[in-house]
Design a protein around this ligand. Structure first.
Ligand SMILES: [Zn+2]
Ligand SMILES: [Zn+2]
Length: 318
C-alpha cells in the first residue's frame, strides 16, 4: 500500500491525499454498487406489490417521507454541513444523532464521506475532483459522458481518500469513531426501523415488508439520487451567482428535493455557511432545521457570511 497525491503531485511528507490500495478501492466500489442495487430492488419490490393488488398506501408514503427526511437531513445537516464543513457547533447527542442518521443512508461511514467531500472541495471541477461533470470535454457527447460520470459512474471509480489527511479532526473524536465503526449496524437499523414501525401500525407482516420496501429500500434509492443530483447537476445546470472558483450552480429545482443543497454555488462560494439561503426566496430546508436546532439550544456558532463578504463575491451575470 502506498500513499500519493490524487492530483499526481509529489506526496506531501508521509501523508498523501489518497490511498492507493486496490483491495480497499474494490471494497468501497462494491459497497456503492450493492447500495445502488438494493435501492433498485426496492423499486422492483414496490412494483411487484402494486401488481399483486397492493397499491401504494398513505402509510407507505408517510413511512417513506419520514425516513427520507430524517436520513436525508443526517447527510445534509450532519455529514455535510456539520462534520465536513464545521458550519455550526452542536451538542454531543445532536452530533451522535446526525452521524447515525447519516450512516443509515449507506453512502459510506461518516469519516470516509467527509474525507471524500473535502477532496471534492479541494479540487472542485479540476483534475482530482472525484465527481465533476465538467472534465470529460466540451462536445455534446463528452458533456453527457461527464454528467453520467458525475451522477453514478464515480461511485464505482472514485479514489480512496486518506482520512488521515482529510479528516484528522474526526479521527480524534472517540465518540464519533465508535459510531463510525458500527456503520453497517446503522444501515441495518435504517432498514429495520421503518419495517417495525410500519408493521406495528398495519398490524401485519405484510405491513412490515412494505415498510422495509418504502422506508428502507426506496428511501435508500431516493437519498442516493438526491446526492447524485448535487454531484452532477449542481455543477452543470443553473445560475452562478457567486465567484467560487469552479462550475457549481444554484438551482431551485435541485434545491427543493435536496433539502437545500442545490444552492450549491452559494455553498462553494461560502463553504462554511450553515444556511445556504442567501435570498428570502431561496428555500433551504436543511438551513431551517439548523436554525430550529439553534432555537432548541442544540446548535450554536452558526456560520454565516457577512453582507460585505456576499457583495464582494457576487457575480454580475448568471
Ligand atoms: Zn461541501
Ligand atoms: Zn460541489
Amino acid at each position: 500500500m502506498s500513499v500519493t497525491d490524487s492530483a499526481g503531485a509529489p506526496r506531501r511528507g508521509k501523508i498523501g491525499r489518497v490511498i492507493n490500495d486496490r483491495r480497499l478501492r474494490r471494497s468501497q466500489h462494491l459497497h456503492s454498487a450493492v447500495a445502488t442495487l438494493a435501492g433498485i430492488a426496492g423499486l422492483l419490490a414496490a412494483s411487484l406489490l402494486a401488481i399483486l393488488d397492493r397499491p401504494v398506501s398513505a402509510l407507505d408514503l408517510g413511512i417513506f417521507a419520514g425516513f427520507f427526511l430524517a436520513i436525508g437531513l443526517g447527510v445534509t445537516v450532519g455529514f455535510h454541513r456539520h462534520f465536513a464543513h464545521r458550519a455550526f457547533q452542536a451538542t454531543p447527542a445532536t452530533r451522535a444523532a446526525l452521524a447515525i442518521l447519516g450512516c443509515m443512508a449507506a453512502q459510506g461511514p461518516v469519516v470516509f464521506w467527509v474525507a471524500l467531500h473535502r477532496l471534492h472541495h479541494e479540487f472542485s471541477d479540476r483534475p482530482g475532483d472525484p465527481h465533476s461533470p465538467n472534465l470529460a470535454g466540451s462536445s455534446a457527447f463528452q458533456r453527457i459522458k461527464g454528467l453520467l460520470h458525475a451522477y453514478i459512474g464515480w461511485t464505482v471509480r472514485h479514489p480512496v481518500p486518506n482520512a488521515n489527511y482529510y479528516a484528522r479532526d474526526l479521527l480524534a473524536d472517540r465518540r464519533l469513531m465508535w459510531i463510525n465503526r458500527r456503520y453497517y449496524a446503522w444501515i441495518a437499523l435504517g432498514l429495520v426501523l421503518p419495517a417495525a414501525l410500519s408493521g406495528l401500525i398495519a398490524q401485519s407482516a405484510l405491513g412490515a415488508a412494505e415498510g422495509l420496501v418504502w422506508g428502507g429500500l426506496i428511501r435508500l434509492f431516493a437519498v442516493h439520487n438526491i446526492i447524485w443530483w448535487i454531484t452532477s447537476l449542481a455543477h452543470a445546470a443553473g445560475r452562478r451567482d457567486y465567484l467560487s472558483g469552479d462550475r457549481s450552480t444554484n438551482n431551485i429545482w435541485i434545491a427543493l428535493p435536496t433539502l437545500g443543497e442545490g444552492w450549491h454555488n452559494n455553498h462553494h462560494g461560502f463553504p462554511r455557511a450553515a444556511v445556504l439561503s442567501f435570498e428570502w426566496w431561496q428555500i433551504d430546508i436543511s438551513g431551517l432545521v439548523i436554525r430550529l436546532l439553534e432555537r432548541c439550544g442544540l446548535a450554536w456558532d452558526i456560520h454565516a457570511p457577512t453582507p460585505a463578504a456576499l457583495a464582494a463575491r457576487r457575480r454580475g451575470e448568471a
